[in-house]
Design a protein around this ligand. Structure first.
Ligand code: ZN
Length: 316
């Protein structure tokens, strides 16, 4: 959807609210008390009422907008900007564009949308040939204790100024004679996970959770990757010089470079605590790069069906 179409479709608060209700009705409302899926719509107070136990549910309750005081329109503008632009938007920019008085609610809104994107992507395991490597993203640690701050700064793997990110790219063999990117495989999907550490058990667990058992996983021969073979059909570790890593794992390295460029260009420096959310947005958009104008509706479906409480408590 381009800007003109967006303004025509959603000129005011009422049109955004109506669209949100339309999507909520399509996806179905579930009573939080008895689990019943049949509801009356009480027009005067704008709430659903359960046909069995009469429990009332507001339009926003149980969706990404749960407990948000922002009107529907800024949310819709955010949906549009996050899906309609190739890169992304900072909260400060969105605050300026919407003319909202405060920064915090806009920032929270964007984080919630990004978390929704991440929870959506987590539903699908990666498969086929999966390239796996770690990347190090510039980030600031906003919640570090004093002792940790005093520790001597390390460089490279495990440096405190960076987030350690496990990057997985699902690919398939490209049998076309003329290769567009001169890479032997075709890129499908990507996932990026901020890691507390790169111990082999931790990496193994993440592989188990995110990659399907029938997959082939390609990595370099770093010691953290020794447990991967326990969880997938085949693990191919290859000894590789750091400068040649891009040849063995081309898509992972392309994705890391693109994500870094987006993060640095738009957000400059992200907090380590929220780095996962920014990466989730990047991956969500890359994974849905062929959706075109449908992406807005898809995000709206995700936001209507994602209960924000569930995401916060989810251990990722
Ligand atoms: Zn009920």
């Amino acid at each position: 959807m381009n800007l003109i179409k967006f303004i025509e479709a959603f000129p005011d608060e009422a049109s955004c609210r109506a669209k949100f209700k339309e999507f909520r009705d399509q996806q179905g409302v579930i009573c939080r008390k008895c689990g019943c899926t049949e509801h009356y719509w009480l027009q005067t107070i704008e709430k659903y009422q359960c046909k069995k136990c009469k429990t009332r549910t507001s339009l926003r309750s149980g969706t990404v907008m749960h407990a948000s005081n922002l009107p529907f329109r800024p949310w819709f503008i955010a949906f549009h900007l996050l899906t309609g632009t190739k890169k992304t938007f900072s909260a400060l920019e969105l605050q300026r564009q919407t003319g909202h008085k405060f920064y915090e609610p806009i920032w929270y809104m964007l984080q919630k949308i990004r978390m929704t994107m991440g929870s959506r992507d987590n539903q699908y395991p990666l498969d086929k040939i999966v390239e796996l490597d770690e990347g190090f993203f510039e980030s600031v640690d906003t919640e570090k204790s004093k002792d940790e701050k005093d520790e001597k700064k390390k460089r490279g793997r495990g440096s405190q100024k960076q987030s350690t990110v496990l990057v997985m790219a699902s690919t398939v063999h490209d049998f076309k004679t003329k290769r567009k990117y001169s890479k032997p495989t075709k890129f499908r999907y990507v996932r990026m996970l901020v890691m507390d550490n790169l111990k082999s058990e931790t990496v193994g667990q993440k592989v188990k959770e995110n990659i399907s058992e029938e997959s082939v996983v390609k990595t370099d021969n770093y010691t953290s990757y020794t447990r991967i073979k326990d969880h997938v059909w085949c693990h191919i570790p290859r000894k590789v010089n750091p400068e040649d890593a891009g040849k063995i794992l081309p898509w992972v390295h392309t994705m890391i470079a693109n994500a870094k460029r987006t993060m640095l260009g738009i957000h400059h420096m992200v907090s380590r605590k929220y780095a996962q959310n920014y990466l989730d947005e990047f991956c969500y958009k890359v994974n849905r790069r062929y959706f075109g104008e449908q992406l807005f509706d898809r995000l709206l479906v995700a936001c209507v069906t994602t209960n924000f409480k569930n995401i916060v408590t989810q251990n990722r």
